[in-house]
Design a protein. Structure first.
Length: 208
C-alpha cells in the first residue's frame, strides 16, 4: 500500500522549509510546492494523503486550489494555514470541506493533530469510494435489458406488470430478475434497493 503523503503548498520559501522539517521529524512523508499550480501539475491523482496549503498565494490561492481538488476522483482533504485569517474565507473553506483552518503561528501539536485527522479522513473516504466503485462494477456487468428490468423492480412492480410494460413474456422477466440478483449478490428487493443507493447508480424509471 502506498504511504500517504502530506503535500505542503506555500509561496513563502522559509515557511515551506520549516513546515516540511516539522512534518518529516514527526514521521510524515512530505512533498513541497511553491505554488498551487505546481502541485496540481505534479500530483499523482491516486496517491493517498492530504494537503496543507497557505490561504493567500499568487495566481491560484488556497480556496481556488480547494475548488480544483473537489473535482478530482480522489479529492484530498485540505488543511488551511494563514497569517491573515478572515471570517468570510474561514466560512468558505469549511463549507468546502476543509479539515481545519489554522493560523500559521498555531501550536505545533494542534497542526500535527489536524494533519493526522486529515490523513485518517482520506483513508476512510478512499475506502468508501473504492467500495462504491466495486459495487458499481456489478451494475455495469448487467445487460441493457437487465438494467431496464431492474428499474421496474426498484419501483416495486410485479413480474406480470413488468412483462406488460416491456412487451415480453413473464417467464423472461423472471429469468432477468434471477440474473440480476445473481450478478449483484442479493436475495431480496430491499437488499437490491440498498445496493443501488450505495452505488448511486441512476436507473431508468418505468412508464407511468
Amino acid at each position: 500500500m502506498t504511504e500517504p503523503t502530506v503535500h505542503v503548498v506555500d509561496d513563502d520559501g522559509p515557511f515551506l522549509l520549516a513546515m516540511s522539517r516539522l512534518l518529516r521529524a514527526s514521521g510524515f512523508a512530505v512533498k513541497t510546492y511553491e505554488s498551487a499550480g505546481a502541485f496540481l501539475a505534479e500530483r499523482d491523482a491516486d496517491e493517498p494523503g492530504c494537503v496543507v496549503a497557505d490561504l493567500q498565494m499568487p495566481e491560484v490561492g488556497g480556496l481556488d486550489l480547494q475548488a480544483a481538488l473537489a473535482q478530482a476522483r480522489h479529492p484530498l482533504p485540505m488543511l488551511f494555514l494563514t497569517g491573515h485569517a478572515d471570517t468570510a474565507s474561514t466560512v468558505r473553506a469549511m463549507r468546502g470541506g476543509a479539515e481545519d483552518f489554522l493560523e500559521k503561528r498555531a501550536p505545533k501539536e494542534q497542526l500535527l493533530e489536524a494533519v493526522r485527522r486529515a490523513l485518517a479522513r482520506d483513508a476512510r473516504e478512499r475506502a468508501e469510494r473504492l467500495q462504491q466503485d466495486a459495487v458499481r462494477s456489478r451494475f455495469d456487468a448487467m445487460s441493457p435489458r437487465e438494467r431496464e428490468v431492474l428499474g421496474h423492480v426498484l419501483q416495486g412492480r410485479l413480474n406480470k406488470q413488468i412483462a406488460g410494460d416491456l412487451g415480453i413474456h413473464e417467464r423472461t422477466v423472471k429469468v432477468h430478475r434471477k440474473a440480476i440478483m445473481t450478478k449483484l449478490g442479493v436475495r431480496s428487493v430491499a437488499a437490491l434497493t440498498r445496493l443501488a443507493q450505495e452505488a448511486n447508480v441512476p436507473m431508468p424509471a418505468p412508464p407511468a
